[in-house]
Unconditional design. Structure first.
Length: 716
DNA sequence: ATAGCCTAGTTTTTT
DNA sequence: ACTAGGCTAT
């Protein structure tokens, strides 16, 4: 036990050993948040304040849940399997499966991922003859999800105009269709679980009494519904231990409510607010920059990171002429670092939007530097895997229209759009699933679709008694999927992924710790399919060995690297213009994003921007990000090789000589440009043919670097 | 059923 | 600039 608490700093120790009370832990970046969370659980258990049975630990990602489980099992000698540690969605899924009848769901209910949901909405619009230009499916999905995340059903939705009325009608139709098919989207898992507990008193009391300690990770990312869900579960006297960092709240756009932290303070009278401010990750200069940036935000609970690690290196800043030039600079620096012995995996290049990775990838590729881009297509989202899963879903639940439509004609078996239109009309009339309606089809369509139905029936019979991996193997083969990909030129990788799917099933262990490979009953399949929907399968894709890491700032949250490059620090890009146009709240979220980015670095941080960048096929002239101005100059080391190059941030003071460059132009001179209009020369660089001048064109075109060789400037 | 053409949309994203 | 999804022509 003393081992357990060894090496904790004072606030950490205080948090871990708090008596059974509600508590809010404000855990700054790199302050040992996960450690505190896991040690708290371990301490509660090892001091017999609670049994493993009485602990509920909630995270947002499967990765975080796995990490917590792993750390916990190394701290206390208990079997952590079967403990309730998981994501909000995973735990709700578990609860709904255990009480599917009370929740009004079929035993084998399936989970729609976002792509499935979108497909269902599109299908619905078609059936209802609604113009999808007037009611864009994506927007409808967002509308539906946003309502569910507020705990609002279609029947309760507020209607203030005709347009919204229609959208609410579609929402209602969508709910009805999901119920008919017996499927849940992600938000539905939470809402239905919440409603179940709210409505069913014995069940609620049971879980309220069971869970004595509820611990929540990344509390700043919770939405309204998740907050209410926690409140409900804690209603029986359980103590809530919420860990979060309001400065790292970067998911407002998908419903996260930072305000939940303030509400928690109020609703739980959390007098126990503990701040973890000592940072064990980054050197002093990096933290100083992070603190300087974030202090410009108004709505904060307040926190100041510090370290005893010393100032470390200055923050390197580079202003490039173009995005290509920026990429060249970054890659050159990385090559040098790697030559000096820095592992490539410890170098990360971060960007605001994924589109920025192109130029960087190109440069890395050209220079032969291995790299890995995060944020691509994940394993369970690949089309061949989704196809195989659709067949499996049909075995368990024939009413799943989304699965039906995905594979009814894949591999192609002569079922065209006409037949399907027929079928959908019939199903609509009969108020039944497509699968059911198929029997009523006549003519050629009846024949072809009938053959498909028989195929599924045969598959079901043949696999009934088989263990899970063999079910999948059998279905992949007999459905014709395997043959289809064997004949396809580029099918090799897809076949390998299907093998990998069988592999995943063989090693799959469910929530209760039951190894599913040998369990030959229906529950195993449903349980595996839920796992496939909830776990996108990031870790299944080949782990990059010695490669530079490329990812968006969002994707970098929770990670750390020795060397971090933050690229594209330009006004309009980072902070993003869409966010800026949302007003102060939007800008503050961008600033938190910047804070997250900066605090990823352990030893060295590079900040770079470009004066011109290709965006949507056009060259954009950029000014440096306002966030750069928020970092005290004394922390920065400006790396621009040409000493005369005045960065566009730092008050626009001209550092170049006022000696005239080519054409008699000098700093302070007013000039006119055919496209940009009238401006003032702010700084100059180079002589003769190479000469470049920086001109401030004011509000319209802003600050621009122009090469005199190309740009025509006339003195005014 | 599929290849090729056109058009629209490009912030961030887990479950 | 680029790509994905929808549509037409074969």
């Amino acid at each position: 036990m003393s081992d357990l608490l060894a090496n904790l700093n004072s606030p950490q120790l205080q948090a871990v050993t708090l008596p059974p009370v509600h508590a809010l832990i404000l855990a700054g970046a790199g302050s040992g948040k996960t450690r505190v969370l896991t040690t708290r659980i371990a301490w509660l258990i090892s001091t017999n304040q609670v049994g493993p049975h009485g602990v509920l630990a909630v995270t947002f990602t499967n990765k975080a849940a796995r990490e917590m489980t792993a750390r916990l099992s190394s701290l206390v000698p208990i079997n952590v399997r079967g403990m309730w540690i998981g994501t909000f969605h995973g735990l709700c899924n578990r609860l709904l499966r255990a009480h599917y009848r009370e929740a009004g769901l079929p035993q084998t209910f399936q989970i729609l991922d976002s792509a499935d949901q979108l497909a269902m909405v599109k299908r619905l619009l078609k059936n209802l003859n609604i113009d999808d230009e007037k009611y864009p499916p994506r927007e409808l999905c967002h509308f539906i999800n946003a309502h569910k995340e507020q705990g609002v059903r279609a029947a309760q939705a507020e209607v203030y105009d005709h347009y919204t009325q229609k959208r609410v009608d579609i929402y209602a139709e969508y709910e009805a269709q999901c119920n008919r098919e017996g499927v849940c989207d992600f938000a539905e898992l939470l809402l239905r679980c919440f409603e179940l507990l709210q409505r069913n008193e014995p069940l609620r009391t049971h879980y309220q009494q069971r869970f004595r300690h509820i611990l929540v990770d990344e509390f700043q990312d919770t939405n309204k519904l998740q907050y209410a869900w926690l409140q409900l579960l804690a209603g029986g006297g359980a103590k809530v231990f919420a860990v979060g960092d309001d400065d790292q709240s970067i998911y407002r756009f998908r419903g996260a409510e930072v305000g939940n932290m303030r509400d928690f303070e109020r609703d739980y009278c959390a007098d126990n607010i503990i701040r973890l401010e000592q940072n064990y990750r980054s050197h002093g200069n990096i933290l100083a920059a992070a603190n300087a940036i974030i202090k410009n935000n108004r709505e904060r609970l307040g926190k100041n990171l510090w370290t005893d690690a010393g100032d470390g290196e200055p923050i390197r800043a580079f202003e490039a002429y173009s995005d290509i030039d920026e990429a060249r600079f970054i890659v050159d620096e990385i090559r040098e670092l790697v030559r000096d012995g820095v592992p490539a995996t410890q170098c990360a290049i971060l960007y605001r939007s994924n589109a920025q990775s192109r130029v960087l990838e190109h440069e890395l590729f050209t220079k032969g530097v291995p790299y890995k881009v995060y944020g691509g297509l994940r394993f369970f989202e690949r089309q061949e895997v989704k196809h195989a899963l659709a067949y499996l879903r049909l075995l368990g639940n024939p009413d799943d229209d989304t699965a039906f439509l995905r594979v009814v004609n894949f591999p192609t078996r002569g079922i065209g759009a006409r037949s399907l239109e027929n079928l959908q009309a019939t199903a609509h009339q009969m108020n039944s699933s497509l699968y059911n309606a198929a029997a009523s089809l006549t003519g050629k369509a009846g024949q072809t679709v009938g053959a498909f139905i028989r195929l599924v029936e045969t598959l079901r019979q043949e696999t009934e008694k088989l263990p899970l991996p063999e079910i999948i193997e059998h279905v992949v083969e007999k459905s014709g999927l395997a043959q289809h990909y064997r004949l396809e030129k580029e099918g090799q990788e897809r076949l390998e992924n299907l093998d990998e799917l069988i592999n995943a099933a063989a090693t799959f262990v469910d929530d209760d710790g039951v190894v599913m490979a040998n369990a030959g009953e229906g529950g195993a399949l449903a349980s595996f399919l839920a796992h496939a929907s909830l776990e996108s399968g990031e870790h299944q894709a080949g782990e990059g060995q010695e490669a530079v890491q490329l990812m968006s700032v969002h994707a970098a949250k929770g990670l750390e690297f020795d060397i971090v490059f933050i690229s594209g620090l330009e006004q309009g890009l980072f902070p993003h213009e869409n966010a800026v146009s949302e007003g102060r709240e939007g800008l503050e979220e961008e600033r938190r994003l910047m804070y997250v980015a900066v605090t990823r670095a352990r030893q060295r941080l590079y900040l770079s921007c470009a004066q011109t960048r290709m965006l949507h096929g056009q060259t954009r002239y950029c000014t440096a990000s306002s966030f750069l101005d928020e970092i005290p100059t004394e922390l920065l080391l400006k790396l621009n090789k040409k000493a005369a190059a005045a960065p566009t941030w730092g008050g626009y003071t001209a550092t170049a000589s006022s000696e005239p460059v080519a054409g008699g132009l000098r700093v302070g001179q007013t000039v006119e440009h055919a496209k940009f209009g009238v401006g003032v020369i702010v700084s100059t660089e180079g002589r003769g043919a190479d000469a470049r001048v920086q001109v401030n064109f004011g509000g319209g075109a802003g600050m621009k670097w122009l090469a005199l060789e190309y740009a025509k400037l006339t003195p005014v």
